[in-house]
Design a protein around this ligand. Structure first.
Ligand code: BG6
Length: 506
Protein backbone atom coordinates (compact mmCIF):
# COMPACT_ATOMS: atom_id res chain seq x y z
CA UNK A 1 0.00 0.00 0.00
CA UNK A 2 1.23 3.47 -0.80
CA UNK A 3 1.72 5.17 2.56
CA UNK A 4 -0.30 8.15 1.34
CA UNK A 5 -3.31 6.18 0.13
CA UNK A 6 -5.37 5.20 3.08
CA UNK A 7 -9.04 4.91 2.40
CA UNK A 8 -11.13 5.73 5.38
CA UNK A 9 -14.77 4.92 5.46
CA UNK A 10 -15.38 1.19 4.97
CA UNK A 11 -15.03 -1.60 7.47
CA UNK A 12 -11.46 -2.36 8.49
CA UNK A 13 -9.87 -5.55 7.18
CA UNK A 14 -9.92 -8.86 9.12
CA UNK A 15 -8.00 -8.86 12.38
CA UNK A 16 -7.69 -10.12 15.92
CA UNK A 17 -7.82 -7.50 18.69
CA UNK A 18 -5.64 -8.67 21.56
CA UNK A 19 -5.86 -6.61 24.71
CA UNK A 20 -3.35 -6.82 27.55
CA UNK A 21 -4.61 -5.53 30.90
CA UNK A 22 -7.94 -6.86 29.75
CA UNK A 23 -9.68 -6.77 33.10
CA UNK A 24 -8.57 -3.23 33.87
CA UNK A 25 -10.62 -0.09 33.97
CA UNK A 26 -9.64 1.20 30.53
CA UNK A 27 -11.00 -1.90 28.79
CA UNK A 28 -14.39 -1.59 30.43
CA UNK A 29 -14.79 2.17 30.33
CA UNK A 30 -13.38 3.01 26.94
CA UNK A 31 -12.35 0.08 24.75
CA UNK A 32 -15.60 -1.87 25.04
CA UNK A 33 -17.90 1.08 24.26
CA UNK A 34 -15.54 2.18 21.47
CA UNK A 35 -15.51 -1.31 19.89
CA UNK A 36 -19.28 -1.44 20.21
CA UNK A 37 -19.62 1.96 18.48
CA UNK A 38 -17.38 0.75 15.66
CA UNK A 39 -19.47 -2.42 15.33
CA UNK A 40 -22.72 -0.41 15.35
CA UNK A 41 -21.47 1.83 12.54
CA UNK A 42 -20.26 -1.06 10.39
CA UNK A 43 -16.57 -0.27 10.78
CA UNK A 44 -15.46 -3.52 12.38
CA UNK A 45 -14.55 -6.33 10.02
CA UNK A 46 -16.73 -9.42 9.66
CA UNK A 47 -13.69 -11.59 10.38
CA UNK A 48 -12.83 -10.31 13.80
CA UNK A 49 -12.14 -11.57 17.29
CA UNK A 50 -11.27 -10.14 20.67
CA UNK A 51 -8.78 -11.89 22.91
CA UNK A 52 -8.34 -10.64 26.46
CA UNK A 53 -5.00 -11.40 28.07
CA UNK A 54 -5.48 -11.69 31.82
CA UNK A 55 -3.03 -12.38 34.60
CA UNK A 56 -5.09 -14.91 36.54
CA UNK A 57 -7.39 -17.62 35.23
CA UNK A 58 -11.04 -16.64 34.98
CA UNK A 59 -13.94 -19.03 35.26
CA UNK A 60 -15.78 -19.92 32.04
CA UNK A 61 -17.48 -16.86 30.69
CA UNK A 62 -16.34 -14.36 33.33
CA UNK A 63 -14.32 -12.25 30.92
CA UNK A 64 -17.08 -12.02 28.34
CA UNK A 65 -19.54 -11.13 31.10
CA UNK A 66 -17.19 -8.40 32.30
CA UNK A 67 -17.25 -6.84 28.83
CA UNK A 68 -21.04 -7.17 28.62
CA UNK A 69 -21.34 -5.40 31.98
CA UNK A 70 -18.83 -2.76 30.89
CA UNK A 71 -20.95 -1.95 27.86
CA UNK A 72 -24.10 -1.76 29.97
CA UNK A 73 -22.42 0.72 32.26
CA UNK A 74 -20.39 2.81 29.84
CA UNK A 75 -22.12 2.65 26.43
CA UNK A 76 -22.30 6.08 24.82
CA UNK A 77 -25.38 5.22 22.74
CA UNK A 78 -28.42 2.93 23.06
CA UNK A 79 -27.29 -0.66 22.70
CA UNK A 80 -28.67 -2.80 19.88
CA UNK A 81 -28.66 -6.30 21.38
CA UNK A 82 -27.99 -8.04 18.06
CA UNK A 83 -24.85 -5.94 17.48
CA UNK A 84 -23.66 -6.51 21.04
CA UNK A 85 -24.28 -10.28 20.82
CA UNK A 86 -22.27 -10.49 17.63
CA UNK A 87 -19.43 -8.45 19.11
CA UNK A 88 -19.25 -10.47 22.29
CA UNK A 89 -19.71 -13.72 20.38
CA UNK A 90 -16.08 -13.46 19.31
CA UNK A 91 -14.55 -12.91 22.76
CA UNK A 92 -12.13 -15.31 24.47
CA UNK A 93 -9.54 -14.88 27.18
CA UNK A 94 -6.17 -16.39 27.93
CA UNK A 95 -3.79 -16.20 30.88
CA UNK A 96 -0.29 -14.78 30.35
CA UNK A 97 2.19 -13.06 32.64
CA UNK A 98 5.28 -11.09 31.76
CA UNK A 99 7.33 -12.94 34.36
CA UNK A 100 6.43 -16.26 32.76
CA UNK A 101 7.72 -16.47 29.16
CA UNK A 102 6.10 -19.89 28.74
CA UNK A 103 2.69 -18.34 29.22
CA UNK A 104 3.31 -16.37 26.00
CA UNK A 105 3.68 -19.69 24.19
CA UNK A 106 0.21 -20.56 25.47
CA UNK A 107 -0.97 -17.19 24.18
CA UNK A 108 0.50 -18.03 20.77
CA UNK A 109 -1.34 -21.37 20.69
CA UNK A 110 -4.57 -19.72 21.75
CA UNK A 111 -4.26 -17.07 19.05
CA UNK A 112 -3.56 -19.60 16.32
CA UNK A 113 -6.69 -21.49 17.28
CA UNK A 114 -9.11 -18.56 17.51
CA UNK A 115 -7.64 -16.83 14.47
CA UNK A 116 -8.15 -19.91 12.33
CA UNK A 117 -11.75 -20.17 13.55
CA UNK A 118 -12.49 -16.53 12.71
CA UNK A 119 -10.43 -16.30 9.52
CA UNK A 120 -8.63 -13.17 10.60
CA UNK A 121 -5.70 -13.85 8.30
CA UNK A 122 -3.08 -13.46 11.05
CA UNK A 123 -3.52 -9.67 11.29
CA UNK A 124 -3.13 -8.66 14.92
CA UNK A 125 -3.66 -5.51 16.91
CA UNK A 126 -2.08 -5.77 20.35
CA UNK A 127 -3.51 -3.17 22.69
CA UNK A 128 -1.29 -2.59 25.74
CA UNK A 129 -3.76 -1.29 28.32
CA UNK A 130 -1.37 -2.17 31.13
CA UNK A 131 0.67 -0.09 33.55
CA UNK A 132 3.69 1.36 31.72
CA UNK A 133 6.15 -1.11 33.24
CA UNK A 134 4.46 -3.78 31.10
CA UNK A 135 5.18 -2.13 27.71
CA UNK A 136 8.79 -3.26 27.25
CA UNK A 137 8.52 -6.85 28.58
CA UNK A 138 5.26 -7.58 26.75
CA UNK A 139 6.59 -6.43 23.39
CA UNK A 140 9.82 -8.36 23.98
CA UNK A 141 7.97 -11.57 24.75
CA UNK A 142 5.60 -11.11 21.81
CA UNK A 143 8.64 -10.94 19.62
CA UNK A 144 10.33 -13.91 21.29
CA UNK A 145 7.40 -16.22 20.66
CA UNK A 146 7.04 -14.90 17.11
CA UNK A 147 3.68 -13.17 17.52
CA UNK A 148 4.60 -9.67 16.43
CA UNK A 149 6.94 -10.11 13.45
CA UNK A 150 5.82 -8.89 10.04
CA UNK A 151 7.04 -10.39 6.81
CA UNK A 152 6.96 -8.93 3.32
CA UNK A 153 3.46 -9.48 1.93
CA UNK A 154 2.35 -11.20 5.14
CA UNK A 155 -0.22 -10.18 7.74
CA UNK A 156 0.21 -6.96 9.73
CA UNK A 157 1.04 -6.80 13.44
CA UNK A 158 0.55 -3.51 15.27
CA UNK A 159 0.87 -2.47 18.89
CA UNK A 160 -1.01 0.35 20.59
CA UNK A 161 0.92 1.67 23.58
CA UNK A 162 -1.10 3.60 26.14
CA UNK A 163 0.25 6.50 28.13
CA UNK A 164 2.20 7.45 30.16
CA UNK A 165 5.09 7.00 27.76
CA UNK A 166 8.02 7.50 30.12
CA UNK A 167 8.33 9.82 33.08
CA UNK A 168 10.99 12.13 31.66
CA UNK A 169 13.09 12.50 28.54
CA UNK A 170 15.61 9.80 29.43
CA UNK A 171 12.97 7.17 30.27
CA UNK A 172 10.94 8.00 27.13
CA UNK A 173 14.09 7.59 25.04
CA UNK A 174 14.87 4.31 26.80
CA UNK A 175 11.34 3.02 26.17
CA UNK A 176 11.57 4.00 22.50
CA UNK A 177 14.85 2.12 22.23
CA UNK A 178 13.33 -0.96 23.86
CA UNK A 179 10.25 -0.94 21.64
CA UNK A 180 12.26 -0.26 18.51
CA UNK A 181 14.55 -3.18 19.25
CA UNK A 182 11.62 -5.60 18.83
CA UNK A 183 9.20 -3.72 16.54
CA UNK A 184 9.53 -1.30 13.64
CA UNK A 185 8.33 2.30 14.03
CA UNK A 186 5.48 1.54 11.60
CA UNK A 187 4.17 -1.10 13.99
CA UNK A 188 4.07 1.17 17.04
CA UNK A 189 0.99 3.29 17.71
CA UNK A 190 1.65 5.56 20.71
CA UNK A 191 -1.63 6.71 22.12
CA UNK A 192 -2.58 10.25 23.10
CA UNK A 193 -6.34 10.29 23.49
CA UNK A 194 -6.47 14.05 22.82
CA UNK A 195 -5.80 13.27 19.16
CA UNK A 196 -9.03 11.27 19.05
CA UNK A 197 -11.08 14.32 19.96
CA UNK A 198 -12.97 15.76 16.99
CA UNK A 199 -12.18 19.34 17.95
CA UNK A 200 -8.47 18.56 18.13
CA UNK A 201 -8.55 16.92 14.71
CA UNK A 202 -10.36 20.01 13.45
CA UNK A 203 -7.44 22.33 14.28
CA UNK A 204 -5.60 21.26 11.14
CA UNK A 205 -8.74 21.59 9.05
CA UNK A 206 -9.39 25.08 10.38
CA UNK A 207 -5.86 26.15 9.59
CA UNK A 208 -5.23 24.40 6.29
CA UNK A 209 -8.61 23.87 4.62
CA UNK A 210 -9.44 27.58 4.91
CA UNK A 211 -7.63 30.34 3.05
CA UNK A 212 -8.50 32.92 5.66
CA UNK A 213 -6.29 32.09 8.62
CA UNK A 214 -2.92 30.91 7.36
CA UNK A 215 -1.71 34.27 6.00
CA UNK A 216 -2.15 35.87 9.44
CA UNK A 217 -0.99 32.84 11.46
CA UNK A 218 2.43 34.17 12.44
CA UNK A 219 4.41 36.62 14.52
CA UNK A 220 3.44 39.58 12.30
CA UNK A 221 -0.18 39.28 13.40
CA UNK A 222 -0.38 37.15 16.52
CA UNK A 223 0.44 38.64 19.91
CA UNK A 224 0.38 35.42 21.92
CA UNK A 225 -1.34 32.05 22.33
CA UNK A 226 -3.01 30.67 25.47
CA UNK A 227 -3.65 26.94 25.86
CA UNK A 228 -5.73 26.02 28.90
CA UNK A 229 -6.80 22.61 30.10
CA UNK A 230 -8.79 23.21 33.27
CA UNK A 231 -10.33 20.28 35.12
CA UNK A 232 -12.76 20.20 38.02
CA UNK A 233 -11.82 16.65 38.99
CA UNK A 234 -9.46 16.15 41.90
CA UNK A 235 -6.93 13.34 42.14
CA UNK A 236 -9.80 11.18 43.34
CA UNK A 237 -8.50 7.68 44.02
CA UNK A 238 -5.45 8.08 41.78
CA UNK A 239 -3.28 9.52 44.57
CA UNK A 240 -0.58 6.84 44.33
CA UNK A 241 -0.12 7.41 40.59
CA UNK A 242 -0.64 11.14 40.64
CA UNK A 243 1.73 11.93 43.49
CA UNK A 244 4.55 10.38 41.44
CA UNK A 245 3.41 12.20 38.32
CA UNK A 246 1.91 15.65 38.88
CA UNK A 247 0.30 18.12 36.51
CA UNK A 248 3.35 18.70 34.33
CA UNK A 249 4.16 15.07 33.51
CA UNK A 250 0.51 14.02 33.38
CA UNK A 251 -0.67 16.63 30.89
CA UNK A 252 2.02 18.81 29.29
CA UNK A 253 4.49 16.68 27.25
CA UNK A 254 1.53 14.82 25.78
CA UNK A 255 -1.88 16.53 25.63
CA UNK A 256 -0.86 20.19 25.83
CA UNK A 257 2.15 19.71 23.56
CA UNK A 258 -0.13 18.02 21.03
CA UNK A 259 -2.41 21.05 21.05
CA UNK A 260 0.58 23.38 20.83
CA UNK A 261 2.13 21.51 17.93
CA UNK A 262 -1.12 21.56 15.92
CA UNK A 263 -1.31 25.34 16.36
CA UNK A 264 2.39 25.96 15.76
CA UNK A 265 3.27 23.47 12.99
CA UNK A 266 4.10 24.46 9.43
CA UNK A 267 1.63 23.34 6.74
CA UNK A 268 2.45 19.69 6.00
CA UNK A 269 3.07 18.68 2.39
CA UNK A 270 0.30 16.09 2.59
CA UNK A 271 -2.55 15.24 4.91
CA UNK A 272 -0.83 12.01 5.80
CA UNK A 273 0.90 10.48 8.80
CA UNK A 274 4.48 11.05 7.72
CA UNK A 275 4.14 14.72 6.77
CA UNK A 276 1.87 15.70 9.64
CA UNK A 277 3.93 13.99 12.31
CA UNK A 278 7.17 15.43 10.94
CA UNK A 279 5.85 18.99 11.07
CA UNK A 280 4.43 18.54 14.56
CA UNK A 281 7.74 17.21 15.86
CA UNK A 282 9.59 20.11 14.19
CA UNK A 283 7.38 22.64 15.94
CA UNK A 284 8.08 21.07 19.32
CA UNK A 285 11.77 20.83 18.57
CA UNK A 286 11.85 24.62 18.06
CA UNK A 287 10.78 25.30 21.66
CA UNK A 288 13.55 27.19 23.44
CA UNK A 289 15.45 25.09 25.97
CA UNK A 290 15.56 27.21 29.11
CA UNK A 291 18.35 27.38 31.65
CA UNK A 292 17.24 26.37 35.19
CA UNK A 293 16.83 30.07 36.12
CA UNK A 294 14.72 30.76 33.03
CA UNK A 295 12.65 27.64 33.68
CA UNK A 296 11.81 28.84 37.20
CA UNK A 297 11.02 32.35 35.98
CA UNK A 298 8.77 31.09 33.20
CA UNK A 299 6.75 28.56 35.14
CA UNK A 300 4.33 28.24 38.01
CA UNK A 301 3.57 25.17 40.06
CA UNK A 302 0.94 24.94 42.64
CA UNK A 303 -1.20 22.55 44.70
CA UNK A 304 -4.84 22.86 45.53
CA UNK A 305 -5.80 23.50 49.12
CA UNK A 306 -9.27 22.89 50.52
CA UNK A 307 -12.21 24.52 48.75
CA UNK A 308 -15.50 23.98 46.99
CA UNK A 309 -15.78 22.57 43.49
CA UNK A 310 -19.22 22.38 41.86
CA UNK A 311 -20.87 22.85 45.28
CA UNK A 312 -18.90 19.97 46.81
CA UNK A 313 -16.38 20.43 49.57
CA UNK A 314 -12.92 19.28 48.47
CA UNK A 315 -10.09 18.45 50.84
CA UNK A 316 -6.58 19.70 50.20
CA UNK A 317 -4.42 17.71 47.80
CA UNK A 318 -1.99 16.85 50.59
CA UNK A 319 -4.85 15.35 52.58
CA UNK A 320 -5.95 13.08 49.71
CA UNK A 321 -5.81 9.30 49.82
CA UNK A 322 -2.35 7.86 48.97
CA UNK A 323 -0.76 11.32 48.77
CA UNK A 324 2.28 12.19 50.85
CA UNK A 325 1.17 14.85 53.37
CA UNK A 326 4.39 16.71 52.58
CA UNK A 327 4.09 16.21 48.84
CA UNK A 328 5.58 18.85 46.52
CA UNK A 329 3.82 17.42 43.47
CA UNK A 330 2.02 20.17 41.57
CA UNK A 331 -1.67 19.79 40.68
CA UNK A 332 -1.50 22.98 38.63
CA UNK A 333 1.14 24.27 36.32
CA UNK A 334 1.52 27.23 34.03
CA UNK A 335 4.37 27.62 31.59
CA UNK A 336 5.53 30.23 29.15
CA UNK A 337 7.11 28.64 26.10
CA UNK A 338 9.05 30.45 23.42
CA UNK A 339 9.21 28.91 19.95
CA UNK A 340 12.35 29.97 18.25
CA UNK A 341 11.58 29.82 14.54
CA UNK A 342 10.65 32.22 11.73
CA UNK A 343 6.92 31.91 12.29
CA UNK A 344 6.81 32.30 16.05
CA UNK A 345 9.88 34.16 17.33
CA UNK A 346 8.68 36.67 19.93
CA UNK A 347 5.18 35.13 20.30
CA UNK A 348 4.78 33.56 23.73
CA UNK A 349 2.77 30.38 24.11
CA UNK A 350 1.26 30.32 27.60
CA UNK A 351 0.10 26.90 28.78
CA UNK A 352 -1.79 26.08 31.96
CA UNK A 353 -3.47 23.01 33.34
CA UNK A 354 -4.79 22.07 36.73
CA UNK A 355 -7.12 19.93 38.76
CA UNK A 356 -9.90 21.05 41.13
CA UNK A 357 -10.41 24.31 39.23
CA UNK A 358 -13.56 26.40 38.87
CA UNK A 359 -14.73 24.82 35.64
CA UNK A 360 -13.90 22.07 33.18
CA UNK A 361 -12.69 23.79 30.07
CA UNK A 362 -10.12 23.10 27.38
CA UNK A 363 -9.54 25.98 25.02
CA UNK A 364 -6.92 27.51 22.79
CA UNK A 365 -6.99 31.27 22.41
CA UNK A 366 -5.05 32.95 19.62
CA UNK A 367 -4.77 36.61 20.47
CA UNK A 368 -4.02 38.95 17.57
CA UNK A 369 -2.03 42.15 17.78
CA UNK A 370 -3.92 45.33 18.57
CA UNK A 371 -5.01 47.68 15.82
CA UNK A 372 -3.13 51.00 15.71
CA UNK A 373 -5.29 53.28 17.82
CA UNK A 374 -4.15 56.76 16.66
CA UNK A 375 -7.37 57.20 14.71
CA UNK A 376 -9.39 56.85 17.91
CA UNK A 377 -7.25 59.16 20.05
CA UNK A 378 -10.17 61.55 20.66
CA UNK A 379 -12.65 58.74 21.24
CA UNK A 380 -13.48 56.57 24.23
CA UNK A 381 -11.77 53.22 23.79
CA UNK A 382 -12.85 51.75 27.08
CA UNK A 383 -14.83 48.93 25.47
CA UNK A 384 -12.11 47.97 23.00
CA UNK A 385 -10.73 44.46 23.44
CA UNK A 386 -8.26 42.32 21.56
CA UNK A 387 -9.18 40.25 18.51
CA UNK A 388 -9.09 36.69 19.70
CA UNK A 389 -9.84 33.43 17.96
CA UNK A 390 -10.93 30.92 20.58
CA UNK A 391 -11.04 27.21 19.85
CA UNK A 392 -13.29 25.54 22.42
CA UNK A 393 -11.97 22.00 22.55
CA UNK A 394 -14.28 20.78 25.33
CA UNK A 395 -16.86 20.57 26.76
CA UNK A 396 -18.75 23.22 24.77
CA UNK A 397 -17.17 22.50 21.39
CA UNK A 398 -16.92 25.38 18.96
CA UNK A 399 -14.91 28.30 17.63
CA UNK A 400 -15.47 31.99 18.38
CA UNK A 401 -13.90 35.07 16.85
CA UNK A 402 -13.94 38.07 19.15
CA UNK A 403 -13.76 41.56 17.64
CA UNK A 404 -14.86 45.12 18.37
CA UNK A 405 -18.12 46.74 17.29
CA UNK A 406 -19.79 50.09 17.76
CA UNK A 407 -22.46 50.19 20.41
CA UNK A 408 -25.60 51.52 18.66
CA UNK A 409 -26.55 55.09 19.56
CA UNK A 410 -25.35 58.63 19.03
CA UNK A 411 -22.37 58.20 21.36
CA UNK A 412 -19.18 56.56 20.08
CA UNK A 413 -18.73 53.58 22.32
CA UNK A 414 -17.08 50.29 21.47
CA UNK A 415 -17.81 46.83 22.77
CA UNK A 416 -16.36 43.36 22.24
CA UNK A 417 -18.64 40.99 20.29
CA UNK A 418 -18.23 37.41 19.08
CA UNK A 419 -18.92 35.42 15.92
CA UNK A 420 -19.69 31.99 17.19
CA UNK A 421 -19.68 28.54 15.63
CA UNK A 422 -20.95 25.63 17.74
CA UNK A 423 -20.47 22.10 16.46
CA UNK A 424 -23.85 21.03 17.75
CA UNK A 425 -25.61 23.68 15.61
CA UNK A 426 -24.20 22.15 12.43
CA UNK A 427 -23.50 18.50 13.03
CA UNK A 428 -25.28 15.68 14.71
CA UNK A 429 -22.56 13.46 16.03
CA UNK A 430 -23.38 10.41 18.13
CA UNK A 431 -21.67 10.57 21.49
CA UNK A 432 -18.41 8.64 21.45
CA UNK A 433 -15.44 7.83 23.63
CA UNK A 434 -12.85 9.36 21.28
CA UNK A 435 -11.17 5.95 21.07
CA UNK A 436 -13.22 4.80 18.06
CA UNK A 437 -11.21 6.79 15.51
CA UNK A 438 -7.94 5.74 17.08
CA UNK A 439 -8.70 2.01 17.16
CA UNK A 440 -10.11 2.12 13.64
CA UNK A 441 -7.13 4.09 12.34
CA UNK A 442 -4.75 1.55 13.80
CA UNK A 443 -6.71 -1.27 12.14
CA UNK A 444 -6.43 0.42 8.74
CA UNK A 445 -2.78 1.38 9.29
CA UNK A 446 -3.18 5.15 9.53
CA UNK A 447 -0.78 6.44 12.18
CA UNK A 448 -1.51 10.16 11.75
CA UNK A 449 -3.30 10.48 15.08
CA UNK A 450 -0.64 8.58 17.01
CA UNK A 451 2.67 9.82 18.29
CA UNK A 452 5.90 8.97 16.54
CA UNK A 453 9.09 8.36 18.57
CA UNK A 454 10.57 11.77 17.71
CA UNK A 455 7.32 13.55 18.61
CA UNK A 456 7.12 11.94 22.05
CA UNK A 457 10.73 12.78 22.75
CA UNK A 458 10.29 16.37 21.54
CA UNK A 459 7.41 16.76 24.03
CA UNK A 460 9.57 15.50 26.88
CA UNK A 461 12.51 17.68 25.77
CA UNK A 462 10.25 20.71 26.00
CA UNK A 463 9.33 20.02 29.63
CA UNK A 464 12.62 18.55 30.85
CA UNK A 465 14.14 21.95 31.87
CA UNK A 466 11.16 22.48 34.18
CA UNK A 467 11.41 19.01 35.69
CA UNK A 468 15.09 19.57 36.37
CA UNK A 469 14.69 23.04 37.81
CA UNK A 470 11.74 22.06 40.00
CA UNK A 471 13.55 18.98 41.22
CA UNK A 472 16.31 21.20 42.56
CA UNK A 473 13.94 23.83 43.96
CA UNK A 474 11.86 21.31 45.98
CA UNK A 475 9.24 23.10 48.03
CA UNK A 476 10.67 26.53 47.20
CA UNK A 477 8.38 28.29 44.75
CA UNK A 478 5.47 25.88 45.19
CA UNK A 479 2.27 27.85 45.84
CA UNK A 480 -1.27 26.80 46.69
CA UNK A 481 -4.67 27.72 45.28
CA UNK A 482 -8.12 27.17 46.67
CA UNK A 483 -9.95 24.22 45.14
CA UNK A 484 -12.73 25.62 42.94
CA UNK A 485 -10.76 28.79 42.09
CA UNK A 486 -9.21 29.92 38.79
CA UNK A 487 -5.77 28.81 39.94
CA UNK A 488 -2.91 30.45 41.86
CA UNK A 489 -2.16 34.17 41.88
CA UNK A 490 1.39 33.35 40.76
CA UNK A 491 -0.03 32.32 37.40
CA UNK A 492 -1.72 35.69 36.89
CA UNK A 493 1.47 37.42 37.98
CA UNK A 494 3.50 35.54 35.35
CA UNK A 495 1.30 36.96 32.58
CA UNK A 496 0.94 40.39 34.20
CA UNK A 497 4.72 40.71 33.99
CA UNK A 498 4.31 40.62 30.21
CA UNK A 499 1.37 43.04 30.33
CA UNK A 500 -1.08 40.22 29.57
CA UNK A 501 -3.76 38.29 31.42
CA UNK A 502 -5.36 34.87 31.26
CA UNK A 503 -8.81 34.49 29.83
CA UNK A 504 -11.24 33.58 32.63
CA UNK A 505 -11.91 29.89 33.16
CA UNK A 506 -15.24 30.11 34.94
C1 BG6 B 1 -5.33 11.83 31.29
C2 BG6 B 1 -4.73 12.24 32.60
O1 BG6 B 1 -4.32 11.52 30.36
O2 BG6 B 1 -6.11 12.90 30.77
C3 BG6 B 1 -5.81 12.64 33.58
O3 BG6 B 1 -3.97 11.18 33.14
C4 BG6 B 1 -6.70 13.71 32.99
O4 BG6 B 1 -5.26 13.11 34.81
C5 BG6 B 1 -7.19 13.28 31.61
O5 BG6 B 1 -7.79 13.91 33.86
C6 BG6 B 1 -7.92 14.41 30.92
O6 BG6 B 1 -8.54 13.94 29.77
P1 BG6 B 1 -9.87 14.59 29.23
O7 BG6 B 1 -10.17 13.85 27.98
O8 BG6 B 1 -10.91 14.42 30.32
O9 BG6 B 1 -9.56 16.05 29.01
Amino acid sequence: MNAYQINKGGAAGPCCFVVFGANGDLTKRLLVPALYNLAATGLLPENFCIVGVVRRPMEGDTFRQMLVDGLKQFATRPVDQAVADKLFGCVTSVVAQVDDPDSFKDLAKHLEKVEAGRNTGGNRLFYLATPPNGFAPITRLLREVGLSQEEEGGPWRRVIVEKPFGTDLASAQALNRQLLSVLTEDQIYRMDHYLGKETVQNIMILRFANGLFEPIWNRDHIDHVQISVAETVTVERRGAFYDQTGALRDMVPNHLCQLLSLIAMEPPARYAAHSVRSEKAEALAAITQYTPEQAILNSVRSQYGPGIVKDQAVTAYRASQDVNPKSVTPTYTAIKFAIDNWRWAGVPFYLRTGKALAKRKTEIAIQFKDAPIAMFRDTSLSGMGPNTLVLDIQPDEGITLHFNAKVPGPKMDLAGVGMEFKYKDYFEAAASTGYETLIYDCMIGDAMLFQRADGVEAGWSAVQPFLDAWGIAGERGLSTYAAGSEGPAASDIMLARDGRSWRPIG
